[in-house]
Ligand binder design. Structure first.
Ligand code: GLU
Length: 278
């Protein structure tokens, strides 16, 4: 049975690009007689707002989508992410990182030629080298810290990994592209990479569909699946809708939110067509 999901972050109103993504996931499930799940990815309390969540539900229903209840809101499930972190920590794969963005920028500049990954310069590993005593001391002193994955060690333990991608075929996972990613942030006790991987498994997603802008993130998700003994879904990374200048749609494109389009008199059928689904 095919199970797909649309997993928006409620940081703004849905635009045509989101409609494309939601219709893609919904269509894949419906075509195969499968299940379609909506998940609200709202762990970031500084950027997510409850009114955007409400608006997402209204806009998707207007667009003609239906989904299973209850809708999982990630902000209600920090315990699940905490247990995943505890497991990785128990296996010695995490370390506390006290660095601020400034510290990291300074280190990277000093190194002169820091390697870059899909999310920018790789973390130079400063806090990986701290002694257990120093870590304990700084934590006891109340210093804020993130938890990072020791990616090289994790990789060493799992060996070679791959996933099956509809467009790209069999892809060999290269999580080292990201360096030591943050799995729990200083201000949020989880990160996107961790929560999305845990939830896709908990919700029994068999086909992860999302924009090709998140293709590279799958390298990390595949590693986390192996470390946490989670199943690996199939992946389909779809194209992104572009504006007239060829840029991907974003929050600045106010005229292309589902809300504005509907207020401008467009029907749900029109919007489905504009989003690439006749
Ligand atoms: N919440 C993510 C976003 O809105 C999407 C996560 C995913 O589909 O993996 O960009």
């Amino acid at each position: 049975m095919i199970v797909t999901r649309f997993a928006p972050s409620p940081t703004g109103e849905l635009h045509l690009g989101h409609a494309h993504s939601a219709l893609f996931a919904h269509g894949e499930a419906r075509r195969a007689g499968g299940r379609f799940i909506l998940r609200i990815e709202d762990i970031d309390r500084t950027r997510c707002r409850a009114e955007f969540t409400d608006a997402i539900l209204v806009d998707l229903a207007w667009l003609g989508l239906d989904w299973e209840q209850p809708v999982r809101r990630q902000s209600e499930h920090f315990d699940d992410y905490r247990s995943a972190l505890a497991r990785l920590e128990g296996e010695g794969l995490l370390y506390p990182c006290f660095c601020t963005r400034k510290d990291i920028a300074r280190e990277v500049e000093a190194a002169g030629h820091a390697p870059h990954g899909p999310d920018g310069p790789l973390y130079p590993g400063t806090c990986r080298a701290l002694s257990a005593a120093e870590r304990a001391e700084r934590i006891a002193a109340g210093e804020a810290y993130a938890l990072r994955l020791d990616t090289a060690e994790a990789r060493h333990r799992t060996g070679k990994l791959a996933w099956s991608d509809r467009e790209a075929g069999l892809v060999v996972a290269r999580p080292e592209l990201f360096g030591d990613v943050v799995l729990a942030r200083k201000d949020t006790p989880a990160s996107y990479h961790l929560s999305v991987t845990v939830d896709d498994a908990l919700q029994g997603i068999t086909l992860v569909t999302r924009g090709v802008d998140l293709f590279e993130a799958t390298h990390i998700h595949r590693l986390l699946q192996a470390l946490l003994d989670l199943p690996t879904p199939a992946y389909a990374h779809h194209r992104l809708l572009l504006d007239e200048q060829g840029r991907r749609l974003a929050k600045r494109d106010k005229a292309l939110t589902l809300r504005s389009l509907s207020e401008a008199g467009r029907s749900a059928d029109d919007v489905r067509r504009m989003a690439g689904f006749a």
